[in-house]
Write a protein that binds this ligand. Structure first.
Ligand code: B3K
Ligand code: ZN
Length: 885
């Protein structure tokens, strides 16, 4: 049983640091069975912290202190105090130099935080609090220092030695060793420190910045992956140009490096000048990575690059401000991706993700504001709320201010705070100062958790020719926040006439109409807006482009939704109307199923989809999105009590009905596209990606019919595609089909062919883990014993255990509790060596309140079992204890 509970850290307790570090000089001596770290810190009393010389408390964990000296005076054991997490000593002057040497063990670091080994290579991950596992330090983001780093290692094993900044010196040492020194002239917090040593190859390119400086660009990978870097390099150059054009931000060092590593807890890390990436976020070529993987790489490369300004040049004062850099940078990368691909499709994907996963988080036991006010373990707060909802908050500011004022605000923010560690309030202040718009009430988005509901009602007065929309907003209670104040909710909208045209929009009191799509600010709990000169009762198109992260409802009839699907000038809302129609139909079927009635499908859904499929003018990616039914996870999220089996049955029923009724147009679309694939070599480019997405969704519907000609087509696509997008989809469709022999054959062949490519094997695990066919858990358990599986590798954990628990609802939620027990067992195992990954995998169990009492009891039982399982990491303890509270 655990004895010690982790402390809760509160935003309200923030205090400036007592001491500052101006210069940090590090020397690493890397060996196979230990490493030595020498740190020289040039320090001084923080003038903002008051008078006197308080004790200096440095962070440090899992360090073996070998020597310590203050101003060149060697300190003895009586001169300082050590705890498992700190080193305390008493400075005798306001400025001093501290030298320390510690021994650490990267070779046995399985938490993948601090300095660790991934395969044969040394690498680091310091955000948020990993630097304290490297040396004694003030490991907090408001302590910013210049860094000079020397790395020494065996030359043959580790020919490449990298750190932040620019290379300044290198040479050979004794015993076959060599060294390199790097200098980073920009002051930075320790969380942005990075080091890499390994046998790496790189591809090289260059970028000329807007002021004409040449920057060397390098992507380092293990030699066998050197042919999979070009897409990431192209993405990097596009990102650098886009940030200059859209934000006026120029890169600042002479070199920018990306290193791909196989063992990484998340996607990537923005270390200054030396981004370290999960190899899944770098490596791609047609034969091994899907379109989705290519787009994810483009987005992550951009995200990490954009952090150079939004995060590195201007950083966070404390970790409560995490969304200052993450929400802003996600907003920036989303706009970049929208500019590089289809804007509407990007928005649809992001909103579907937000509504399924972030809304669920915001309704669960870990709900927290975009700027949290308390945490036990900061690693648990790299959440969908901080990232995705944080980005929505930025998007709303952009919508309210307009693009020009927003840009003035961001220019002011970067100029005013360059080189500083600041708060979300500082960001808002810059936006207010540049735009003249008061954001006081708007800031509630940072402090209040929970997803607001927005109920909209209408009233048309034919005699007065006025149309009134009334918005009623409310927000459910969340842990620690019973009452909420009204938010500022920007509602972009239009009004459609009977032909589907946008009407001019004139509000009462305005002299003339102002456009046909505009943004209303809903600021009161109950807020009405009256449009005048409205000659006929219009149909409103509300929350265009999903202008605010709320749960909006309006009593649309199914016929009205079908009309909006065809006529709304806002592409996002055409999709949204289709989703709402599908949700209505699916919920009706769920009810029929629960009452034991035969399910009867409203044929209007078929009619609407037929119209879409027959329209050859529409963007194929849009058609694909509109053909996609709301996911089981989303249907669960919007249920008061999610009936996993009824949802699955209803959704499968609709899929089969669509497949039978629309067989012809789906088959025609499929064949035309597959023919084009056969004739055109693969390029990861928007037009082809759109075509393949429609082709693939058509194939999944067609396979529902079980017809021989479809099976043959699926096998042909599987065997003969020149790219992973088509091959993997064909495999997934086979895996979910009843054709056992073909399925087994394809799976075996795939594994044999790709056994040496771990990223492709991740896909192979995922398609099997996600299959809703009976027996899911035992398939997953067998796969855990596959030679390519390894619980120590986070990508493997995510692709097998994560895919099962998050994407395979019927199997994970099996009524005998076996899925829950399995997940709890894995969390208990992971807790022992990688707490961050353990805590992340727990998320599905934290949603227990969504389900009927029998499942609730089973899920809670597993959470309690984890709590009692022995010594828990703070990461797992926080999630489990809050979930049970
Ligand atoms: N800033 C990193 C995330 C670090 C997570 C640490 N547990 C990646 C990113 O958001 O760009
Ligand atoms: Zn980020």
């Amino acid at each position: 049983m655990r004895t010690e509970q982790p402390n809760t850290i509160y935003l309200k307790d923030y205090q400036v640091p007592d001491y500052l570090i101006d210069e940090t000089t590090l020397t690493f001596e890397l060996y196979e069975d230990h490493s030595l770290v020498h740190a020289q810190l040039v320090m001084r009393r923080n003038p903002q912290a008051g008078a006197g010389l308080p004790p200096l408390v440095l962070h440090g964990q899992e360090l073996e202190l070998l020597s310590l000296s203050l101003n060149d005076r060697e300190l003895g054991a009586g001169d300082y105090q050590l705890t498992p997490a700190s080193l305390t000593l008493q400075p005798d002057s306001a400025s001093f130099t501290l030298d320390s040497t510690v021994r650490i063990h990267p070779e046995s670091n399985t938490a993948l935080e601090g300095l660790y080994k991934s395969g044969t290579m040394f690498c680091t991950q310091c955000e948020a609090e990993g630097f304290r596992k490297i040396t004694y330090y003030l490991d907090r983001p408001d302590v910013m220092s210049s860094f000079t780093t020397t790395v020494s290692a065996d030359k043959q094993r580790y020919p490449v030695l990298l750190s932040n900044g620019n290379p300044v010196a290198a040479g050979d040492g004794e015993d076959g060793r060599h060294w390199a020194t790097w200098q980073d002239p920009f002051k930075k917090p320790a969380y942005l420190f990075a080091l890499v040593a390994g046998d790496l190859w790189c591809i090289e390119d260059s970028f000329t910045t807007m002021s004409g400086r040449d920057v060397a660009l390098r992507i380092y990978v293990e030699p066998e992956n050197i042919d999979k870097c070009q897409h990431a390099m192209d993405s990097l150059k596009k990102s650098m140009r886009w940030d200059e054009e859209v934000y006026g931000r120029e890169y600042d060092l002479d070199i920018f490096m990306i290193v791909a590593v196989n063992d990484f807890n998340m996607g990537a890390m923005e270390n200054k000048g030396l981004n370290i990436f999960n190899s899944s976020a770098v490596l791609a070529r047609a034969e091994t990575a899907t379109d989705a993987a290519h787009q994810r790489i483009e987005a992550i490369v951009a995200h990490e690059y954009f952090h150079n300004w939004s995060g590195n040049r201007v950083t966070c004062r404390d970790w409560f401000q995490l969304s200052l850099k993450e929400g802003f940078t996600v907003f920036r990368d989303a706009e970049f991706s929208a500019d590089m691909n289809s804007r509407t499709v990007k928005r649809i994907e992001d909103v579907a993700y937000l509504r399924t996963h972030q809304f669920a988080e915001d309704a669960g036991p870990m709900a927290h504001p975009v700027r949290p006010d308390a945490y036990m373990e900061i690693s648990n707060f790299y959440t969908l709320t901080v990232y995705e909802k944080g980005a929505e908050v930025l998007r709303m500011i952009h919508t309210l201010l307009g693009a020009d004022a927003f840009r003035k605000g961001s220019d002011l923010y970067f100029q005013r705070h360059d080189g500083q560690a600041v708060t979300c309030d500082d960001f808002i202040k810059a936006m207010e100062d540049a735009s003249g718009i008061d954001l006081t009430q708007f800031k509630r988005w940072y402090s209040q958790a929970g997803t607001p509901r927005l109920q909209v009602s209408e009233a048309y007065d034919a005699a007065a020719q006025t149309y009134t929309l009334t918005f009623a907003q409310s927000c459910p209670a969340t842990p620690g926040q019973a009452e909420k104040q009204p938010f500022v909710i920007p509602v972009a909208l239009g009004l459609l006439d009977a032909q589907g045209n946008d009407l001019p929009l004139q509000l009462a009191g305005e002299a003339a109409a102002q456009g046909t799509s505009r943004v209303l600010s809903v600021t009161e709990a109950q807020h009405s807006f009256t449009f005048v000169n409205v000659a006929e009762k219009p149909l409103p198109s509300l929350l265009r482009g999903f202008s605010a992260p709320v749960k909006m409802s309006f009593p649309y009839s199914r016929d009205q939704l079908m009309f909006l699907m065809q006529h709304d000038s806002d592409g996002f809302n055409r999709w949204e109307a289709g989703q709402q129609l599908a949700v209505q139909v699916l919920q009706e079927l769920v009810g029929q199923r629960q009452r034991g009635e035969a399910m009867v499908l409203d044929q209007r859904l078929i009619a609407a989809l037929r119209t879409l499929l027959e329209n050859q003018q529409l963007d194929q990616a849009m058609v694909a999105e509109m053909l996609s039914l709301p996911s089981e996870a989303y249907l669960a999220e919007i249920s008061d009590e999610a009936d996993v089996d009824a949802i699955h049955a209803a959704r499968e029923f609709v899929r089969q009905q669509i497949a039978e009724a629309l067989y012809e147009p789906l088959w025609a679309r499929y064949q035309a596209s597959r023919e084009q694939s056969r004739q055109t070599p693969y390029v990861a480019e928007a037009g082809q990606i759109a075509r393949r997405s429609l082709q693939n969704i058509a194939l999944s519907y067609l396979m529902e019919t079980g017809r021989e000609e479809v099976l043959a087509a699926c096998l042909e696509q599987y065997e003969h595609s020149d790219n992973m997008t088509e091959r993997l989809h064909a495999l997934a469709v086979l895996v979910n089909s009843p054709f056992e022999a073909e399925k087994a054959g394809a799976l075996a062949k795939f594994a044999e062919h790709f056994k040496d490519n771990p990223l492709v094997m991740d896909q192979w695990f995922s398609v099997q883990a996600g299959s809703p066919l009976p027996g899911g858990l035992s398939r997953v358990q067998q796969l855990m014993a596959h030679p390519a599986f390894n619980l120590k590798n986070p990508n493997k954990v995510r692709s097998l255990i994560g895919a099962f628990a998050n994407q395979n609802h019927v199997n994970f939620h099996a009524l005998d509790g076996s899925g829950y027990r399995f997940l709890a067992d894995q969390v208990i195992a992971l807790n022992g060596f990688n707490p961050q990954i353990a805590a992340r995998q727990l998320a599905p169990l934290t949603r227990w309140r969504k389900f009927a009492p029998a499942r609730q009891a089973l899920m809670r039982g597993e959470l309690e079992r984890i709590l009692a399982s022995g010594e828990l990491s703070p990461d797992v303890y926080e999630v489990v204890s809050k979930s049970l509270a």
